[in-house]
Each structure stands twice: as structure tokens, then as C-alpha cells.
Ligand binder design. Structure first.
Ligand SMILES: Cc1cc2nc3c(=O)[nH]c(=O)nc-3n(C[C@H](O)[C@H](O)[C@H](O)COP(=O)(O)O)c2cc1C
Length: 205
């Protein structure tokens, strides 16, 4: 598919058919995610494709538990917000596949030359590790469209990051960054409207 069309067609898909995704397609999605730019070409990522229903359900339970335990005020509106967030953080359990992205910390060259901690340097550089992760996830989302799938990027489940890392048996130095739910869209969705170009563009000539 033409890149422009994939960019224009992409929209977050949260409802999927039961159709399984062949492992070759999951690998191809991850291969393309791995072609993204990363700070110093560090390629700090690893991806697990999870298709096991029990594992997905265990993960969703941990996320829902975590959200239920978040301190909230007692208003009905607040309770509604929580249940809404819970759905947006757990719908991944019904996806044919979830691609979990992990990253190891980026060790900047600066760390050898200045007396600043890893976290301080990362903050000074505007989080190049997370910027790299974003580039890679966008490759994955666009590739999903290109290959006839729909996908949704999820950060909300990261609220239960520690429990999820245990379920997935992830070990140091890797830590969980995000999920991408993937599958055949249950129905065709129109992309959401976005800000007009003149609102987001400024030329400094
Ligand atoms: C960093 C990031 C985190 C997101 N986390 C979630 C999430 O946890 N759950 C969810 O349902 N959607 C999540 N989304 C999807 C956004 O809600 C979606 O991109 C946004 O509403 C715009 O819609 P579109 O993707 O269809 O253009 C996330 C998107 C981004 C970029």
C-alpha cells in the first residue's frame, strides 16, 4: 500500500474479528518496527507477540485490579471515569494478538563524560529512549494497515507494569513500554478528524 494512503487510513482499532494472525505476519510487523530510527541506532527494543488467551486474560485482570485500587474520589462521575479507563486499558484481551514492546535503558555517551545520572541526562535530552519507542510503534501501526490489519497503541495497561512484567517473565535490563493490540478490524472505521494544517504548521523562513 502507498505510504500516504496507509497514513491517511490508519485509525485506532479496538474491536477485532476472531481471525488468527499468522506468526509470519507478526514477525513481519515486528521486523518493520525494528527498522525505525533510534537514538544512536541503539535499537533498545524487544517485542513479544502474545496470542495465548489465558495469558492475555491474566494480564487484563492485573490491569483491571490496579485501576480498581487507584485512589479516586467518591463521586459517580469519578466511578464512571474509572470504568471507562478500565475498558480502554483492558480491551486488548480480546485482540487476536498483542505485541508488547520492551526497552533497555539508553546509555548516552554523555554518561561517561559528565557527572549526571542516567535519568538526568535522559530528561535533558527530552527522553530519546521514549522518542525512539514512539518511532518504532508508529512503524508497527502503519505496517498493520498496510498488511490489512487494524491496531491500537496502548499505554494505559502500563499502570500494572510490574505485574505484567512478571507474567511475561521479563528480566532486567528490559522493561515494558507499551502494548499494540492487532487483528482484523471487526468493522471499517473512518479515521478521526485531525487539526487542519494551518493550525499545526508555522514556517520560519
Ligand atoms: C502514547 C499513546 C498511548 C495510547 N494509549 C491508549 C490506551 O491505553 N488505550 C486506548 O484505547 N488507546 C490508546 N491510545 C490510542 C489513542 O487514544 C488514539 O490514538 C487517539 O484517540 C487518536 O485516535 P486515532 O488513533 O484513531 O487517530 C494511545 C495512543 C498513544 C499515541
Amino acid at each position: 500500500m502507498d505510504l500516504k494512503l496507509a497514513i491517511e487510513k490508519r485509525t485506532s482499532i479496538r474491536n477485532f474479528t476472531d481471525e488468527k494472525i499468522p506468526v509470519e505476519d507478526l514477525k513481519e510487523l515486528v521486523r518493520r518496527a525494528g527498522l525505525a530510527p533510534s537514538v544512536n541506532n541503539y535499537q533498545p527494543w524487544k517485542f513479544y507477540a502474545i496470542t495465548n488467551k489465558e495469558v492475555l486474560s491474566d494480564m487484563a485482570i492485573k490491569v483491571a485490579d490496579k485501576i480498581k485500587k487507584l485512589p479516586a474520589n467518591e463521586s459517580i462521575a469519578a466511578k464512571n471515569v474509572k470504568s471507562q479507563v478500565e475498558w480502554f486499558a483492558t480491551f486488548f484481551e480480546n485482540a487476536p494478538a498483542v505485541i508488547a514492546m520492551f526497552m533497555e535503558d539508553y546509555e548516552s555517551v554523555l554518561e561517561k563524560g559528565v557527572q549526571l545520572s542516567h535519568d538526568e541526562i535522559n530528561k535533558l535530552r527530552n527522553f530519546p529512549d521514549m522518542q525512539s519507542a514512539g518511532a518504532s510503534i508508529q512503524n508497527l501501526l502503519l505496517s498493520a494497515v498496510d498488511m490489512g490489519y487494524g491496531a491500537c497503541w496502548l499505554s494505559a495497561p502500563m499502570m500494572a507494569k510490574e505485574s505484567l512484567e512478571k507474567i511475561l517473565k521479563v528480566e532486567h535490563p528490559y522493561h515494558l513500554i507499551a502494548f499494540v493490540a492487532v487483528g482484523k478490524p471487526a468493522r471499517e472505521l473512518q479515521p478521526k478528524s485531525k487539526k487542519p494544517i494551518d493550525e499545526i504548521f508555522k514556517l520560519i523562513d
